[in-house]
Design a protein around this ligand. Structure first.
Ligand SMILES: [Zn+2]
Length: 152
C-alpha cells in the first residue's frame, strides 16, 4: 500500500478534459493520461510563468514534489506532441483550492451559510442556534467551479 498522498491544490477546473490531434490515422493512438495536478503544475509554471517556489506553495506541496510533478507533466505532453497521441486529463491526488468559503447547512431550520477557511467548524447555526449542522452537499472540497468530479 502506498502511503496516502497529500492533496495538491488545483485552482481552476479546466475547460476541457480531452485534447486530441486532428489526424484521422491517429484515431487509434493510445491516450496519454495527464493528471489534474500535472496540468496545474504546467499552468502555473509554464503558462503563467510563476516561479517554482510560488507555484509549489499554490499547490500546497514541496518544491521537490512540484518539480517531480512538472517533469512528469512535461514528459507526457512532449510524448503526446511528438507521437501525436491524445491527452486525457483526469484523476490524480488533488482537491480544488476553494479560495473563499465553505458552505454549511443547518438540519433544523435548513439555513445555509458560508464560513471562511481557517475559522474552524462553526458550532451553532447563526439563524436558530442549533448545533445540528453539516457541510452543505455541494461543497465537498472541490465542488466550486468544478463538475463534481472526484480525483482518482
Ligand atoms: Zn438553524
Amino acid at each position: 500500500m502506498p502511503r496516502p498522498r497529500r492533496h495538491r491544490y488545483v485552482q481552476s477546473a479546466f475547460e476541457y478534459d480531452y485534447f486530441k490531434p486532428c489526424v484521422i490515422c491517429r484515431q487509434d493512438a493510445e491516450e496519454v493520461v495527464l493528471k489534474m495536478e500535472e496540468m496545474e503544475s504546467m499552468r502555473l509554471k509554464d503558462y503563467l510563468g510563476m516561479d517554482q517556489r510560488d507555484a509549489a506553495r499554490e499547490m500546497n506541496i514541496s518544491q521537490p514534489t512540484f518539480h517531480r510533478i512538472l517533469t512528469e507533466a512535461r514528459s507526457k505532453v512532449a510524448c503526446a506532441l511528438v507521437c501525436g497521441r491524445p491527452i486525457r486529463i483526469k484523476g490524480g491526488a488533488y482537491r480544488m483550492a476553494t479560495t473563499s468559503a465553505r458552505k454549511f447547512k443547518c438540519y433544523d431550520c435548513q439555513h445555509e451559510w458560508e464560513e471562511a477557511y481557517g475559522t474552524g467548524r462553526p458550532q451553532n447555526c447563526p439563524k436558530c442556534g442549533s448545533a445540528n449542522l453539516h457541510r452543505a452537499e455541494d461543497d465537498r472540497g472541490y465542488a466550486r467551479g468544478g463538475r463534481g468530479r472526484r480525483g482518482r
